[in-house]
Design a binder for this molecule. Sequence first.
Ligand code: MG
Length: 387
Amino acid sequence: MSGCVALVVGAGQGVRFGGAVPKQYLPLAGQAVIRRSLRAFLNHPRVDAVRPVINPEYRDLFENACAGLSPLPFVAGGATRQQSVLRGLESLVDLKPKTVLIHDAARPLVDADLISRVLDALEKTPGAIPALAVTDTLKRAGKDARISETVPRAGLWRAQTPQGFRFDDILAAHRRLVASEATDDAQLAEMAGLAVAVVEGNEDNMKLTTSDDWLRAEQKLGAALEPRTGSGFDVHRFGPGDHVTLCGMKIPHDAGLEGHSDADVAMHALTDAILGALGEGDIGHHFPPSDAKWRGAPSDIFLKHAGALTAAAGGRIVHVDVTVICERPRIGPHRRAMVERLAAILGLEPSRVSVKATTTEGLGFTGRAEGIAAQATATVLLPPPAR
Ligand code: MG
């Protein structure tokens, strides 16, 4: 291999607010922190492979967080970050990458342009790191909180990750300096006499440490979500029966609706609308009618699935609107209950759910009372596709 491998190092035990789960496995705006970090590199066109370094004690959390992604198999980290990086580097020896990017899993907002800047600089120097110039005046103070001096800030930088190196150089430095305690990989490179360049970092590429960091990251990601709108349409024909199911409510009627599941035409249209917003095909793709296990199934299974797919994509449903098209039964008396039922299934405030009905003035198949049609739209906020 001649390309670039990213090591995403998330073997630390640091938890948030005294919880039991290391922070890299906590959801940030709907997606685990480590998933966001891995995706930044998996999606980068100039990164050929991504090696996670984790504590195997959290294997289940890791596998959950990374469902559907394809990094290299993880390697177990060590007792310190430096040991974890060394184990990660040793695991790449057979792959023989030309360059390696070493990144903290707890920096989930790293962006593609920053990664590219590090890679560009690596073409000219053995090492390159993103960093931010220090703009605040720096003071040194003792334990008594009395300032002892003002530190000149000219030429001072705050180091971030990913830190990039030529693979053979940084592996040799880590092996040789295994007994030293460096604060980052660039320090080991410096100690080994390697030239390391600084490229422009990004304030958003912060290491999640305090709850303020967390809030800022959530806001940043929330602002970055983009709206998508999906539409759905469905029809079911009347057959023998004494009730229909619409938006999860059983409504007495002199006919039933035919269909494989409970034939909830309104919930099917809504499920398709959400799947449409996600670009995830349609209900039949996820729940094939040929599969006997969906016979008579309550349709909230389908709607819940669409809601779960939205969450898995890091998204949020902000509004849904369903129109039921029929002459009878009358929808009005059930409208409020339908809104509340759909809201409960999707975990939304009822004000984000609209249900309405119309007739077709006696025209067409709904006018002739041959069946019921429904259409729906869903507005979903989603992270923009990775560039
Ligand atoms: Mg249907």
